[in-house]
Design a protein around this ligand. Structure first.
Ligand SMILES: [Zn+2]
Length: 592
């Protein structure tokens, strides 16, 4: 087979998008390929560009005494002014973001903060508390499950959720046209690298289905309304006809599935929550994201198309599923009808129909698509080799990738590149071609979530994006200490390395006298069993206060020093140290 020359010139391939890194980087073009003569016409989907106007930093007066601040963080924050105090609904993601919004609210009134209300557990709604209440206690209302979901932030899949969130929110991309335009539901997220200070004031007043409140003379109803999260609360002011729906409606197609990874979001619960909202007949909506809405008729229309769009995707996915269609087939058949597709509240500027369809299929049926050819498929190496053989060898296969990029078939190019990378993971030319294809897919993506994921992975392929470990700050230590210490112990079993533990059987108990809790891990030949309580026969028993232990695992406190000062007590004394060292050596611990 005659090898096809891979290093093409742009003269021969015209508008080859793969010729150059067209977006944020200042890198040299791919080796041997010159930049194209004509620039591609867009780098940002025009609808996504226009959507930025939605997040103009501004406080909107809504009904009497109700003000919504948009653009200060990823989410909105709302102030309700009563006779002798104010209530804040959602507190943004950082103290700094919250302080900036509060400074604007303070131009309106200097009445004291009587209460905070959290519509749900997501970080962009709960971590700015101290920006509104700098010190001391305050009543914080939320659904009874919100604390549970906050606690889940520290869990066994934290590392991968963090990485995928960083990609989805574009944390590693520059701001502006070259990278992050907006985040679909807000201008930016003030967390992570270089971001603001997280401060968490925990919910301390909770309810299950519905709660009627009278705070500072304001009648407030909290109503459980699951949607984007199970703990979602809608806040209703019956006298003012103002609805605060949390994240149940915003000006973008709903994120029925989030690509950072999530448990199944019951989309019909979401529809039923929207129906509860329609029944209230609100005259104002102060949403968790995007601008407020006024006018009962307009609101009814928007709530109705929103719930119809979700139900349409749900029902049509189930219709196709029952006919035996696979997810790949369903995404071809389930398309919103025109009146919904073109509605300004349903543009795919955050979630997409395709991700929703796949999420619903998986939510009901799990991973198996129903075709037994996929039940136990060939290995990815065998598949890659087989396709390469069909293509006529590696050189011919590479040429196919180039042609796919050249023809603007970027999804196909990325998929083909994957097969070559399975066989040769360090093939720089293919990595750069795949990066070029991903970059074009990112530029074409109307959803910032998709855009950021594509663009970030393009940078990662080029070795230009490192998921750095975040610095541990005092604020982060304080937030970590507010989590149950149980989370840190119960997360350990999935860090156990079988090769290091397969022949062992050792048990360790932790005793935390300050919180009167104790936990045990029994490592038994490749498995670490977590239990509550002390095991009297444990090989190792460690007594330590909760906060000291959190500082030790965050690397803020030295274990040997803590042992020497008596902050940590090891039963049996220091002669037990080697055994303790061996116990921990069985785990792949991040701070070791
Ligand atoms: Zn949100």
């Amino acid at each position: 087979m005659k090898p096809i020359k891979f290093l093409l010139s742009c003269a021969s391939i015209g508008l080859l998008a793969a010729c150059t890194h067209t977006s944020m980087d200042k890198k040299e073009p791919i080796t041997g390929i010159s930049p194209p003569a004509v620039q591609e016409s867009f780098k940002v989907h025009p609808d996504l560009h226009a959507h930025t106007a939605e997040f103009e930093k501004k406080v909107y007066p809504l009904a009497e005494g109700v003000y919504i601040a948009v653009g200060y963080g990823l989410a909105n924050t709302i102030m309700i002014e009563g006779d002798d105090g104010i209530v804040i609904v959602d507190v943004l993601e950082s103290q700094e973001a919250a302080e900036e919004a509060m400074a604007e609210f303070r131009k309106i009134t200097d009445k004291p903060v009587k209460a905070l209300i959290y519509t749900h557990n997501h970080a962009d709604h709960i971590f700015g508390g101290r920006g509104f209440v700098p010190e001391g206690d305050v009543d914080v209302y939320a659904h009874e499950s919100t604390n549970y979901y906050i606690n889940r932030i520290v869990n066994q899949i934290r590392p991968i959720i963090t990485n995928r969130s960083m990609r989805m929110f574009g944390n590693l991309l520059p701001k502006g046209d070259e990278g992050r335009i907006n985040l679909g539901v807000g201008p930016f997220l003030d967390v992570g690298h270089g971001g603001g200070t997280p401060t968490l004031i925990r919910p301390n007043k909770t309810y299950s289905d519905k709660l009627d409140l009278d705070i500072a003379g304001i009648k407030i109803q909290l109503i459980h309304a699951p949607g984007e999260t199970n703990d979602q609360t809608m806040v209703w002011l019956p006298e003012k006809k103002v609805l605060m729906p949390g994240d149940t409606i915003y000006k973008a197609f709903p994120n029925l599935y989030t690509i950072r990874g999530t448990l199944y979001r019951d989309v019909m619960d979401w529809v039923r929550s929207l129906d509860k909202m329609r029944a209230l007949n609100p005259e104002y909506i102060a949403p968790g994201h995007t601008k407020p809405i006024q006018g009962a008729e307009k609101i009814q229309e928007i709530l109705t198309v929103y719930r119809d769009a979700i139900q349409f995707v749900h029902d049509q996915t189930l219709y196709g599923m029952n006919k035996g269609l696979t997810p790949d087939q369903l995404v071809e058949t389930v398309k919103l009808p025109e009146h919904l597709r073109n509605h300004p509240y349903l543009k795919e500027l955050y979630g997409t129909v395709e991700w929703g369809v796949r999420g619903i299929f998986t939510g009901y049926l799990g991973w198996f698509n129903g075709d037994s050819a996929t039940l136990s498929p060939v290995t990815i190496k065998e598949r890659a080799q087989g396709i390469m053989d069909i293509a006529g060898g590696e050189a011919a296969f590479k040429a196919k990738v180039v042609v796919a990029v050249q023809e603007g078939r970027y999804k196909w190019a990325a998929e083909l590149a994957n097969h070559i990378l399975v066989l040769n993971p360090e093939n720089v030319e293919i990595k750069e071609l795949k990066a070029a294809a991903l970059r074009k897919l990112g530029e074409q993506s109307i959803s910032p979530n998709g855009r950021h994921f594509y663009l970030t992975q393009a940078l990662e392929l080029e070795g230009e994006a490192e998921m750095e470990k975040e610095a541990v700050t005092d604020a982060k230590v304080a937030v970590a200490k507010s989590f149950p210490v149980k989370n840190f112990i119960s997360a350990m079993p999935t860090l156990l390395v079988p090769e290091r533990s397969i022949n062992n059987h050792k048990t360790m108990s932790w005793i935390f006298p300050d919180v009167q809790k104790s936990y045990t891990l029994e490592v038994r030949r490749g498995v670490a069993e977590f239990r509550e309580g002390v095991d009297d026969n444990a090989d190792i028993k460690l007594t330590v206060n909760k906060d000291d232990w959190v500082e030790i695992i965050l690397g803020e406190k030295s274990f040997p020093i803590a042992l020497a000062t008596g902050d940590v007590k090891l039963e049996g004394g220091i002669k037990k140290l080697p055994e303790l060292g061996k116990f921990f050596a069985q785990f792949d611990l991040p701070n070791k």
